[in-house]
Design a protein around this ligand. Structure first.
Ligand SMILES: [Zn+2]
Length: 429
């Protein structure tokens, strides 16, 4: 073991910019849009094995999950064969705290024609690395993996176990992490290297997702006065949504979201569809409006649903037809994505990461909340729970965009902070 392991770890990482960029690029080059995570899973297994991890892989069995997690598991669009979750374990020497690094193997898809660079290739331009997943979240994953590798390569053994979970379908209902929990996998702490701009994201929002069914009356399309157009009635849902957003402005602003005050009022129509199967010759006799509204940390999604429906009914009742034919609400139950989560800033995980940040960066970190859903929701809300926060390079404003990038300096800083955290949390043996 080196004389001063901490400083050796730091100097190694801070002089390894090219290697961290290359590891991130290697991951970007394995295209893994949700539904096609198989190759990324195989790559991670190989990486973990060559870094002394014991690995296991397991596919999601939707039929079982529907039985055991009926309020949480929401079957997504893709079959589950050949896209396993990967779990790696680097066993500690004992008597130490365990850590899970959890990251998603999937990315959102990319349309190469809309990009200025090849999305499925890591491209360095100036001080940033471009490519799909650069910030969300192959960059953060590579930074964390490099931190672990540096510690191991220096011959440093840890007391606590280090788990690496590469999960599928995070860009969706979060069934990958849910399946991990269904297997009883937990740790004393978890860091998810999502793009948080190097802030300590200790909060994450939830969301309610619902369908509003509207009834109209069929008629020949050339005699619309004989019918009631159900699609046009969606106008009243839009009006209701505007009132809803006004009421949301009155809730106190969570300090974690001080830079994004609009988060609490975020609500929108996802889609409007006619559902009567008719074509152009028929006035739509039924329609379905899908809506979403953000749930802030501390709020209860079930209470929010009641309030939302009340606001919507108050608006739609003003229309004589809708007063007679009230909208019907159906809500998607997926506890992991409905419910927000928050980790106390006084939790040992928050405090330990804060100290690592201060040592490496030389300033106090900022605490924030992530505006988007993330698997911190699953880990904090679904049994067995694991204390979790998110910390990683790049911005959520870059995630899911064309020409996604991550600042290279932040990749290196993330790796250095996580490495410092690992040796302090898991302790050198
Ligand atoms: Zn992400």
């Amino acid at each position: 073991m080196p004389d001063n392991p901490n400083s050796k770890i730091q100097s190694t990482i801070l002089s390894s910019e090219a290697k961290i960029v290359s590891l991130t690029s290697e991951m970007i080059e394995i295209a893994s849009p949700t539904g096609q995570e198989g190759k990324m899973a195989a790559w991670l297994t190989e990486w973990l094995r060559s870094n002394n991890f014991k690995t296991e892989s397991f596919e999601i069995d939707p039929a079982t999950m529907e039985k055991t997690h009926k309020d949480t598991f929401f079957r997504w669009h893709f079959p589950y064969a050949d896209r396993p979750n990967i779990l790696g374990k680097l066993k500690g020497t004992g008597n130490g705290k365990s850590l899970m690094i959890n990251f998603h193997l999937d990315v959102v898809d990319a349309s190469p024609d809309d990009w200025g660079v090849d999305p499925w290739k890591g491209t360095v331009k100036g001080d940033a690395l471009f490519g799909r997943g650069a910030c969300d979240m192959k960059g953060g994953a590579a930074a964390a993996l490099f931190a672990i590798k540096t510690i191991s390569d220096l011959g440093i053994r840890l007391k606590g176990d280090v788990l690496v979970a590469g999960v599928i379908e995070e860009e969706g209902p979060g069934n990958g992490t849910l399946a991990l929990q269904a297997k009883g996998i937990t740790a004393d702490a978890c860091i998810i290297p999502e793009p948080t701009n190097l802030t300590l994201a200790v909060g994450v929002t939830g969301g309610i997702y619902g369908f509003i069914s509207l009834t109209g009356k069929s008629a020949h399309s050339t005699t619309p006065w004989n019918g009631v157009n159900a699609v046009e009635k969606a106008f009243h849902i839009q009006k209701g949504l505007e009132s809803w957003k006004k009421t949301r402005k009155d809730i106190p602003l969570d300090p974690l979201f001080i830079d994004e005050p609009e988060t609490r009022t975020a609500a929108h129509i996802v889609s409007i569809d006619r559902t009567d199967g008719g074509l152009v010759g028929k006035i739509p006799s039924s329609a379905c409006v899908m809506v979403r509204s953000t749930v802030m940390p501390g709020e209860d999604p079930d209470e929010m649903i009641k309030a939302f429906e009340k606001t919507m009914v108050a608006q739609t009742i003003k229309d004589p037809w809708l007063a007679e034919h009230p909208p019907i609400f159906t809500w998607i139950k997926m506890e992991g994505r409905n419910r927000p989560a928050e980790l106390s800033q006084d939790h040992p995980l928050s405090r330990c990461l804060k100290k690592s940040y201060e040592r490496v960066i030389g300033a106090a970190p900022k605490y924030t909340g992530l505006v988007s859903p993330a698997d911190m929701q699953q880990l904090m809300n679904i049994q067995p729970t694991t204390p979790t926060l998110m910390f990683g390079p790049g911005s959520i404003y870059q995630a899911h965009t064309d020409d996604e990038f991550v600042p290279i300096k932040e990749l290196v800083q993330t790796s250095a902070v996580i490495a410092d955290f690992i040796v302090n949390w898991c302790e050198i043996s």
